[in-house]
Design a binder for this molecule. Structure first.
Ligand SMILES: Nc1ncnc2c1ncn2[C@@H]1O[C@H](COP(=O)(O)OP(=O)(O)OP(=O)(O)O)[C@@H](O)[C@H]1O
Ligand SMILES: [Mg+2]
Length: 250
């Protein structure tokens, strides 16, 4: 175990390629506890791939990932979740045919769907079912607990996923395009939930909707072709000539 550095998350010289095509190129980043970081960059810049390596869903080719000073590069996603890391996905990962309550209960365990044991009755999970109901209540969806996920609206699914990630009381939370595809009303609801996240949680958010996301961000990282192009305090990154060239197209 390496000694604590004071950072919530550190990424050091991370590299990842798919079939010889580099998608993470020497990425080095440090996130402080409680920081609000926005990750921007064009489609295919490697944003989601970076998240996948932080969570352990994908292994980097080289480099290191540290959570609160501990090298977690070789840890499984499950072990990282127990280390205070939680995420939402760009694509909804709830089980459509299963009830909201069952989805949330299993999600609270920090389990990936592949590890879910669907044959176990909810009673097997004891206290977690009441926590699942509290989680649904926190996003105003308790009345739908017994409904299959396929019955509820897209924006409601997004709320459930965010509430599930938050119920794990993460110290580092990764949000992959939480506002994508939402109506104005739904966007407002999700934005309020994100704004209310406790300060002890560091939030790292990938988002294309800059108008909404910039309000929530203190620092911004611009990625392009898997590289960090600009990184730092929000207004400085937005004013940077390279940001306008790469992302804003002006
Ligand atoms: N499992 C995979 N196998 C092969 N190539 C992949 C894989 N995952 C991602 N890629 C490629 O890596 C590149 C970066 O993809 P990634 O999903 O990280 O981009 P992104 O910045 O999240 O884009 P978007 O804004 O569209 O979500 C893309 O060219 C993509 O096709
Ligand atoms: Mg993506």
């Amino acid at each position: 175990m390496t000694p604590s550095t004071g950072y919530a998350l550190e990424i050091v010289n991370l590299k990842k390629a798919f079939g010889g095509l580099p998608v993470t190129q020497d990425v080095t980043l440090s996130i402080r506890p409680g920081e609000r970081r926005l990750i921007i960059g064009p489609n295919g810049a490697g944003k989601t791939t970076l998240f996948n390596q932080i969570t352990g869903d994908m292994r980097p080719n080289s480099g290191q990932i540290r959570l609160f000073g501990t090298d977690v590069t070789q840890f499984t996603p499950y072990k990282r979740a127990h280390f205070g890391l939680s995420r939402t996905y760009q694509i909804i990962t709830l089980f459509a045919q299963d009830t909201l309550e069952h989805n949330v209960t299993l999600g609270l365990l920090g389990l990936r769907p592949s590890r879910w044991q669907m044959w176990r009755p909810l009673s097997y999970y004891g206290d977690l079912t009441s926590e699942a109901r509290r989680t649904l209540d926190s996003v105003g969806l308790l009345h739908l607990a017994a409904h299959p996920v396929s019955d509820i609206a897209y924006g409601e699914k997004r709320r459930v996923e965010l509430a599930m990630a938050l119920a794990q009381k993460p110290r580092v939370l990764l949000l992959d395009e939480p506002l994508a595809g939402l109506s104005n009303t739904e966007r407002f609801a999700i934005k309020s939930l994100i704004a209310a996240i406790p300060r002890e949680t560091a939030v790292i958010m990938i988002e294309h909707d800059m108008d909404t996301a910039l309000d929530l961000a203190e620092t911004v990282t611009l990625l392009n072709y898997g590289r960090v192009i600009v990184d730092g305090e929000r207004d400085k990154v937005i004013a940077d000539k390279r940001t306008r060239e790469v992302y804003l197209g002006t």
